[in-house]
Design a protein. Structure first.
Length: 245
């Protein structure tokens, strides 16, 4: 479903991704972990063409995302992305936030779009908030609206970039539960997260990135209980210490 072939990315001479090769299958849930600045966000952004690569190819569902003539709008409607900061439109209600792109981009009729939005807002537990504005929501609620808004485009793949980093523990749990529901429904997902327990529980595979390279990857049991590399061990030691605080 997603294939990286010898992908390198640099920003003004700073090599951020170094010859990445990886394949993510349909319905797989992959957690990306690694220290700050190692290239996790860049990895995600390359998948839906938000940043161009310097070398190599990325295929999403057989479409070459890195091709010069790629239809990026099509890729972005197939690949949803949710960031740490929810980026809801502040002047639109929850309902309007969720229905805007399907109506404008997918050309779905307003009524149909509203019905779909109701289903999605029910799924994320926010049916009672449809007429609220973003500033009237908690961080956890806003993030769940952002997830519903992404799902409204009916993506085949969802990318999450530290979706809970800006949230307190209770709101974090609400958002993680929402992501877990999607996992159960068979959505293909790539989740950048610092929530190691969540990664262990939900991900089929963990990829550990360090300085733009995949140091190791495998099941949660393999990576967390039997890491092969010293770099992974050191990272996990500090990551788990943080989680216990
Ligand atoms: P992570 O998400 O793992 O923290 P990022 O992918 O955001 O890492 O960033 C990797 C490196 O690339 C960092 O050193 C960061 O400062 C740099 N970087 C990210 N985006 C840009 C950009 N648009 N221009 C220049 N440097 C960038
Ligand atoms: Mg990041």
């Amino acid at each position: 479903m997603i294939t990286f072939e010898n992908v390198s990315k640099s920003y003004k001479g700073l090599n951020v991704l170094k010859n990445i090769n990886v394949t993510i299958d349909k319905e797989e849930i992959v957690a990306i972990i690694g220290p700050s600045g190692c290239g996790k966000s860049t990895f995600l952004k390359c998948i839906n063409g938000l940043v161009p690569v310097n070398k190599g190819k990325i295929f999403v569902d057989q479409i070459d995302v890195t091709a010069k003539d790629v239809d990026l709008n099509k890729i972005r409607s197939e690949v949803g992305i949710v960031f740490q900061q929810f980026n809801l439109f502040p002047h639109l209600t929850v309902m309007e936030n969720v229905t805007l792109a399907p109506i404008k981009v997918r050309k779905i009729k307003e009524n149909e779009s509203k019905i779909q939005a109701l289903h999605l807002l029910e799924k994320v537990g926010l049916l009672d908030k449809i007429d609220k504005y973003p500033e009237q929501l908690s961080g956890g609620q806003a993030q769940r609206v952002a997830i519903a808004r992404s799902l409204a485009m009916q993506p085949k793949i969802m990318l999450f970039d530290e979706p809970t980093s800006a949230l307190d523990p209770q709101m974090t749990q609400e958002v993680l539960d929402t992501i877990k529901t999607l996992a159960k429904e068979g959505m293909t997902m790539v989740v950048v997260t610092h929530e190691m327990n969540f990664a262990r529980e939900v991900a089929n595979r963990i990829i550990f990135l360090d300085r733009g390279q995949i140091i190791e990857e495998g099941s949660a049991d393999k990576i967390f209980d039997n890491p092969q590399s010293n770099i992974t061990r050191e990272f996990l030691k500090s990551a788990f210490k943080k989680e216990l605080v």
